[in-house]
Ligand binder design. Structure first.
Ligand SMILES: NC(=O)C1=CN([C@@H]2O[C@H](COP(=O)(O)OP(=O)(O)OC[C@H]3O[C@@H](n4cnc5c(N)ncnc54)[C@H](OP(=O)(O)O)[C@@H]3O)[C@@H](O)[C@H]2O)C=CC1
Ligand SMILES: O=C(O)[C@@H]1CCC=N1
Length: 271
């Protein structure tokens, strides 16, 4: 099965909030016909209505893919809508944080091919990264199909074990929010040094975006790129002595941040 089969047999998107719409935007931009997409969402946005996809319409009996993008806490209400498609050819992909494959199997059927994925919101600009892992019924063809679908919105990595998903969620699923907060903090710090808010925000956004692009494009490691900015006894060294402090700086803070997010992912296993 490939994206041509998805266009022919249909893709059902269950839940079209922030993550569902970020991905849908990418799929439509990459050529998936709107007429091949069924979206189920209680309050469709104006953007969704403008796309030409089928919204809250009768569903195909056996779509190629059902992508589940509701909150973990909404699973109980939402999954019965699609449970009848289980135990057949339909591939289920869930992006829900925490919800284990075993719990999805209970509702969708023990014979269903199910893939758990953790994307992130830069998918909206095709710069996301998704990690995927499947159940025993998700064969190589299903994983290839999920990878092809998610590749339309960024990079895809395959996990060896579902246990890795909590740490992945703490790093790349939630990670964009950490980076957005870094932009906010950098801009505020610029304001504290006397810059106008607009100028401080422009400098902060461009710096984070540019550094991210350089980190991805360069042959050097991020550590070397950092060294390249740091003149001996210069301004960066003075700043990094604060930021890189092993007791009070970013290293322990980032470790605690990712640990808290991964821990919450583990808690969500129980609903
Ligand atoms: N946001 C992110 O960065 C990421 C999110 N995820 C995962 O994606 C999933 C969705 O998160 P996110 O997009 O942020 O959340 P949102 O609340 O933005 O989106 C969920 C959508 O599902 C709708 N919905 C609620 N109940 C039902 C139902 N019974 N049937 C169909 N749709 C329903 C909601 O409608 P209404 O608002 O009216 O209730 C909403 O539009 C979560 O499981 C999350 O863990 C994964 C990676 C990153
Ligand atoms: O905050 C959350 O629970 C979701 C999962 C990863 C990003 N957002």
């Amino acid at each position: 099965m490939n994206m041509d089969d998805v266009a022919r047999n249909g893709l059902v998107l269950l839940g079209c909030g922030k993550m569902g719409s970020a991905m849908l935007q990418g799929w439509l931009a990459s050529g998936l016909p709107p007429g091949s997409v069924w979206v189920i969402d209680p309050k469709p946005s104006e953007w969704l209505k403008s796309t030409g996809v089928k919204i809250n319409a009768d569903l195909p009996a056996s779509p190629a893919i059902v992508l589940i993008a509701v909150k973990p806490q909404m699973m109980g209400d939402a999954l019965p809508t699609i449970a009848a498609m289980g135990n057949g050819a339909t591939l289920f992909i869930s992006v829900a944080a925490g919800t284990p494959i075993s719990s999805l199997e209970q509702t969708l059927g023990a014979q269903s091919p199910i893939i758990r994925a953790m994307p992130n919101t830069p998918a909206a600009v095709a710069r996301g990264i998704s990690a995927i892992i499947g159940n025993v019924h998700a064969g190589a063809g299903h994983l290839d199909l999920a990878e092809e679908l998610l590749s339309a919105v960024g990079q895809v990595v395959r996990l060896d074990s579902e246990d890795q998903m909590d740490a992945v969620t703490g790093v790349s699923g939630s990670g964009p929010a950490y980076v957005f907060h870094m932009i906010e903090c950098l801009a505020k710090a610029g304001e504290a040094e006397g810059l106008a808010p607009d100028l401080a925000m422009q400098l902060a956004k461009a710096t984070v975006a540019g550094a991210g692009a350089l980190a991805e494009a360069a042959d050097e490691t991020p550590a070397q790129l950092r060294v390249n900015v740091t003149s001996p006894n210069g301004t960066t060294q003075a700043g990094l002595e604060v930021l890189m402090d092993e007791a009070r700086g970013l290293p322990p803070l980032m470790k605690d941040t990712v640990r808290a997010a991964a821990g919450r992912s583990r808690e969500l296993r129980n609903g």
